[in-house]
Design a protein around this ligand. Structure first.
Ligand SMILES: *Cc1c(COP(=O)(O)O)cnc(C)c1O
Length: 381
């Protein structure tokens, strides 16, 4: 027995080969050659930024995108050359970092034009920027009716180098009519502004959910892909399933204790489940302290020996209780799959999203620091 450190009680396995392969498959599925912007915000959707970036670099994305300056600086440690696009607004106190780390900020306002131009002047060289247009998402970006004015302001500045324009769909997978309207608004801005039709000037809208959308036609020459490259579909019926991506992330724990409880006994906080039969329960070594959603209490399932076992009662911070009455011989130490495949069965993030009334993006971002990420193959360096 190795006594240098106890083994993890709940861990994520990250298949970096699948991540590289997924990027290749997505690229191959695009209707025509397009720049691939690999979105690795939020610690690469909880997978670990440096490791995920290295796996993606092996198959050469054209750009990376992250949310903010701190994430971009972390990415610059491992990505010396490729452009890094910032998707969230830059804070005034962060302006000085843009030039130092050669970051491409999004611009949504005249005020930002002034700030970034001043930062470029201070640095003694122009800053790369991309114009973000709000066509109906109602988040970052300049409102489309004001976008042409902002476009002209940016292109008139000798201190800014406009490298692209983009928008973001609010409901790409569920509302094709509104997505078409957003696209129409975006194209109207491009037409009036007279944006360059050049391979080097990026025009993009699609994320994972929009991959097969209307934006595949028209002047678009880049896609921004986050979730799908991690092998997760935006929703179970997504046409992106045809791309054939494979899951990168799985989550495992172990049985900590197996015990018998009589019919009529209650299970876990709040006594929300009463046993309807004499039962064997297994106490798992994972809970919401690891990122399991408490909302999946009494609803979720896990895999033990390739069999689905239902969660009984509330998910607690460090322990979750499942029913193993129909699975004789389960013992302390046995491996349990929370997300992923075991034997012929598989539990997907899509299923957890239904059980916990959430979305796969949130599930991945909720896995806590207590959970070690174990990489295969082991990352280089
Ligand atoms: C997060 C994000 C993406 C990536 O979205 P996925 O659905 O994960 O592919 C693309 N564009 C913007 C603006 C984003 O914020």
């Amino acid at each position: 027995m190795n006594l240098s450190a106890p083994p993890p009680r709940c861990w994520a396995e990250i298949d970096l080969a699948a991540l590289s392969r997924n990027l290749e498959r997505i690229r191959a599925a695009l209707p025509r050659p397009m720049r691939y912007i690999a979105v690795v915000k939020a610690d690469a959707y909880g997978h670990g930024l440096p490791e995920a970036a290295a796996a993606l670099q092996r198959v050469a994305p054209d750009l990376f995108a992250v949310a903010n300056v701190a994430e971009a600086i972390a990415l610059r440690q491992v990505e010396a050359d490729r452009p890094i696009l910032l998707l969230s607004p830059v804070l005034p106190a962060e302006d000085g970092f843009l030039a130092t780390h050669r970051l491409t900020s999004s611009i949504s306002s005249p005020e930002e034009v002034g700030r970034f131009a001043a930062a470029a002047q201070a640095a003694g060289r122009p800053l790369p920027v991309q114009l973000k247009i709000d066509t109906g998402m109602g988040r970052a970006g300049v409102w489309h009716e004001a976008a042409v004015g902002l476009y002209r302001q940016i292109t008139a500045s000798p201190h800014l180098r406009l490298e692209g324009v983009f928008t973001h769909f609010a409901n790409a997978d569920a509302d094709p009519a509104f997505t078409a309207e957003q696209r129409r608004r975006f194209l109207a801005v491009l037409g009036t502004a007279g944006v360059p039709r050049a391979a080097s000037f990026l025009v993009h809208a699609d994320n994972s959910a929009g991959l097969e959308s209307l934006a595949a036609t028209g002047p678009f020459n880049a896609v921004r892909i986050g979730l799908l490259q991690f092998g997760v579909l935006p929703h179970p019926a997504s046409p992106s399933a045809a791309v054939g991506v494979q899951p990168v992330f799985s989550l495992r724990t172990r049985v900590g204790l197996v015990k018998a409880l009589p019919k009529g006994a209650d299970v876990s906080y709040g006594r929300t489940h009463t046993l309807r039969r004499n039962s064997m329960i297994a106490i798992l070594c994972a809970g919401y302290g690891d990122g399991l959603p408490r909302a999946a209490s009494n609803r979720g399932q896990v895999l033990i020996r390739g069999q689905r076992c239902p969660i009984l009662g509330r998910v607690t911070m460090d322990m979750t209780i499942v029913d193993v009455t129909d699975l004789p011989g389960v013992a302390a130490g046995e491996e349990v799959v929370l997300v992923g495949r075991q034997a012929a069965e598989e539990i997907s993030l899509g299923e957890w999203s239904v059980w916990a009334d959430t979305i796969p993006w949130e599930f991945l971002c909720s896995i806590t620091k207590r959970v070690p990420r174990i990489y295969s193959p082991a990352p280089a360096g």
